[in-house]
Write a protein of this length. Structure first.
Length: 334
């Protein structure tokens, strides 16, 4: 399908020609992301365009979701990624975020896997219309979830943290740190959102496997994390989600792309209100302004043009993510 897009007609513009060539390059390079099974990795696995010989956690997740999106049959790569990581967990539930043909590769500390395993398993199973392959690795997936809660969850705050910036995948995120003397010190927006989404995925998987009690338990965990993110990581005066120091609660006043992750899950997506320097979504408990932006019976939609400053904020969910695929999926629906 990608290669067919490279046929260039004389009528195409320079931009169209460039785009066709780019699509052709993608088609040519795509197979390089699939590495044959080797050593302790029993299934073909996904690597970033052939650059690394190792299997990485979120690299494999995002590449696998792309393959599944291109062709449903290719969700097998995301399935195999899920099985490989789940099968690498030890008795405590620890699994490294990097697996080599010789085994797990801890680095910069233990470098535990990021919270994407259940999301990848759910997407693969739903796309393949087969959840039974999850049963043999389900106990390991549950151990991995519990290990993460023991080692990366702050019960005082109800929020999640990384061991360091390297573990987060955003290696140079200035809102985190790689200082070995300052490990596990920052309550992170991204860690908390990913953990919430992982619980949502685990809830759906448990339901498909016939464990209603576990499904409800995981859904409660997701709901509690969502509440904590809203209550403790949203800086109202500046209308932004920010990281905080675990020990003191001090705000880490660095805005990075991770500050916007909650919006993709429906956090604060409606009811705008004036804030310092602009507008931000209004909390549900606050009354809505009537007038130009009111959707009253007398004037539905009036004053809500695309450029109106009070236009409700409705960010589009990412197509490659689990957001649009999990029933009861968005944080606002919990």
């Amino acid at each position: 399908m990608l290669l067919a897009a490279t046929r260039i007609s004389p009528a195409q513009t320079t931009d169209e020609t460039l785009y066709a060539e780019l699509i052709g390059d993608f088609a040519r390079l795509a197979p390089q992301t699939i590495h044959p099974a080797e050593g302790l990795i029993k299934y073909p696995y996904l690597i970033p365009a052939g650059y690394y010989p190792q299997m990485w956690d979120w690299d494999g997740f995002f590449i696998g979701v792309h393959w599944a999106n291109q062709d449903a049959a290719d969700a097998k790569y995301l399935r195999d990624w899920s099985i490989s990581f789940a099968s690498s967990a030890d008795a405590d539930g620890y699994v490294a975020g990097c697996i080599t043909p010789k085994g797990p590769r801890p680095l910069f500390g233990k470098f535990a896997m990021k919270p994407f395993l259940a999301q990848g398993a759910f997407l693969a199973a739903e796309t393949l219309h087969d959840f039974e392959w999850i049963r043999p690795v389900w106990p390991a997936m549950q151990r991995i979830l519990e290990y993460r809660k023991r080692t990366q969850f702050d019960a005082k705050w109800g929020l999640w943290f990384w061991d360091n910036a390297m573990q987060s995948g955003a290696d140079n995120n200035a809102a985190l740190t790689n200082d070995p003397k300052d490990r596990s010190a920052i309550l992170a927006v991204d860690a908390s959102v990913y953990a919430m989404r992982e619980y949502l995925a685990m809830s759906q998987l448990a339901a498909r496997l016939g464990d209603g009690a576990a499904s409800e338990k995981y859904r409660r965990e997701a709901k509690e994390t969502r509440k904590a993110i809203m209550a403790k990581l949203w800086l109202q005066d500046e209308a932004i989600f920010l990281n905080r120091r675990r020990e003191t609660g001090a705000w880490v006043r660095v805005i990075s792309w991770t500050s916007f992750l909650p919006l993709l899950d429906g956090f604060r997506r409606r009811y705008p209100v004036r804030a310092r320097g602009g507008y931000h979504p209004r909390a549900r408990s606050q009354p809505r302004r009537r007038g130009r932006n009111s959707r009253s019976a007398e004037g539905k939609g009036r004053g809500q043009g695309k450029d109106h400053p009070l236009q409700p904020l409705r960010p589009r969910p990412l197509r490659y993510a689990v957001i649009h695929r999990l029933p009861g999926r968005q944080a606002g629906e919990l």
